[in-house]
Design a protein around this ligand. Structure first.
Ligand SMILES: [Zn+2]
Length: 203
């Protein structure tokens, strides 16, 4: 699950907009910073935090967590070019967060069919996913790599380099995977092959 830092009321647990020093719901002044799933915030808060992190990143272009947070909000909106730009800047600041590479690849794929990628783009995406896997072996990353490789190489009748799909999927199945991560992934990668989808859905 993706995480961003937002303000939260420690009294009632409400998520608060970035300019709050007091809870708008219970009046508590105990406002804390909490790590939350950005995709679960309501639309108004998403929009406020997008502006907030965008300004933060503009005032400090080395702020990896602001760049990453903006990237996630754009990714969810399917504003892929803007998401790519923010993730790419976050990566150029050398993050060691495996999720930045993972979400960067989802943004690069841009809601399309992996088989339609150019070879150099598919190779670049594999490289980023392998970097993510070197930092942490996560099911969602293995599944995404399997989807991209299978659809791109097998779909285009090309020889697949490196770890094959079956081995990626069998490794992924030994690891915990959240349904919400899988559905988020499939929302940004267009796969029509039912056999391939069944590998991922029948965990
Ligand atoms: Zn409150």
């Amino acid at each position: 699950m993706a995480k961003v830092s937002i303000l939260q009321c420690s009294g009632c647990g409400a998520s608060l907009s970035p300019d709050n020093s007091k809870c708008a719901y219970c009046g508590s002044v105990n406002v804390i910073t909490a790590e939350v799933d950005p995709f679960k915030l309501d639309a108004d808060l998403k929009s406020k935090y997008t502006s907030y992190f965008r300004e933060k990143a503009a005032s400090n272009p080395r702020d990896v967590s602001a760049l990453y947070s903006v990237g996630l909000f754009y990714l969810e909106l399917k504003s892929y070019d803007l998401a790519v730009k923010n993730f790419s800047e976050a990566i150029s600041q050398s993050p060691d967060d495996p999720d930045v590479y993972y979400y960067y690849v989802l943004a690069l794929n841009g809601g399309k069919k992996p088989r339609k990628l150019m070879l150099k783009d598919a190779s670049k995406m594999e490289e980023y996913l392998n970097t993510s896997l070197q930092l942490s072996r996560q099911a969602k990353t293995l599944y995404l790599l399997a989807l991209i490789k299978e659809d791109f190489y097998t779909g285009n009748c090309l020889k697949m380099p490196g770890q094959d799909t079956a081995s990626l999927v069998s490794e992924a199945r030994t690891l915990p995977a959240a349904d919400e991560d899988i559905s988020f992934m499939l929302n940004h990668v267009l796969i029509k092959d039912d056999n391939l989808l069944s590998l991922i859905n029948n965990q």
